[in-house]
Design a binder for this molecule. Structure first.
Ligand code: DX5
Length: 221
């Protein structure tokens, strides 16, 4: 799966940008939500996501890089998000928060910052549809991929497969034609990309096709 981060998009034309992503053939859209506390940056709120909702049929996921993800969970669902990604480091009661997200009738996912070990998700894998292994320290687009996250991706993949669970592994940060092979061979099956899509001189469609072709080759090669 190819999932764009809209962080590099032209926020003055968000409706057109999400429609262009749909045209380019992506599988869903990720909204990076930052509160200036959990990460040193501030991005969008539910009202902006709701405004963009009218411009595409694509599913929305929200990556909550915030200190209190449980506070606005319902607002993100009302804004049209069908997957909420909660950072393991952002809450005291991760099991309760993920259970709450699931009780809202949407998919729940847990994210891990680079320094957080795979074991942090060992006791919530039954509550989630996806684990997001950050391949950069969250807060900004355009950073370098941290290849030392690949053993952690493999550990999470082993935990999931070892229990026969149907849980996706998403990676996010520095994903590009140069880095996708390592991430997929380690066990990731959902690829978030920002700069690699929006900065491709040949356009969004070309960038999506190139990433998907390289990912398929890594998966089958
Ligand atoms: C960073 C965000 C990422 C970022 C990806 O905190 O979670 O989604 O926007 O951008 P690139 O692909 O440019 O690293």
């Amino acid at each position: 799966m190819i999932v764009p981060s809209v962080l590099p998009a032209d926020f003055a034309r968000l409706g057109e940008e999400v429609a262009a992503l749909e045209e380019a053939g992506v599988d869903r859209i990720q909204w990076d939500v930052m509160d200036g506390q959990f990460v040193p940056n501030i991005t969008v709120g539910p009202d902006i996501v709701a405004a963009a909702r009218k411009h595409t049929m694509l599913p929305f996921e929200v990556h909550l890089m915030v200190r209190t993800p449980e506070l606005l969970a319902e607002r993100w669902v009302d804004a049209g998000c069908e997957r909420l990604i909660v950072h393991a480091e952002s809450v005291v009661h991760l099991h309760r928060t993920l259970g709450h997200v699931r009780s809202l009738g949407v998919a729940a996912a847990v994210a891990l910052n680079p320094a957080t070990p795979a074991l942090a998700v060992a006791h919530v894998l039954d509550l989630v549809d996806m684990v997001l292994v950050m391949t950069v320290n969250p807060g900004f687009g355009g950073q370098d991929y941290i290849a030392t996250m690949e053993p952690k991706i493999a550990d999470v993949r082993a935990m999931i497969d070892g229990r026969g669970l149907d849980v996706d592994i998403e990676v996010d940060g520095g994903i590009s034609p140069a880095t996708v092979d390592g991430a997929v061979r380690a066990g990731a099956n959902v690829l978030v990309a920002g700069s690699a899509l929006f900065r491709d001189p040949a356009g969004l469609g070309h960038a999506v096709d190139e990433l998907r072709t390289l990912a398929d080759a890594a998966r089958t090669g």
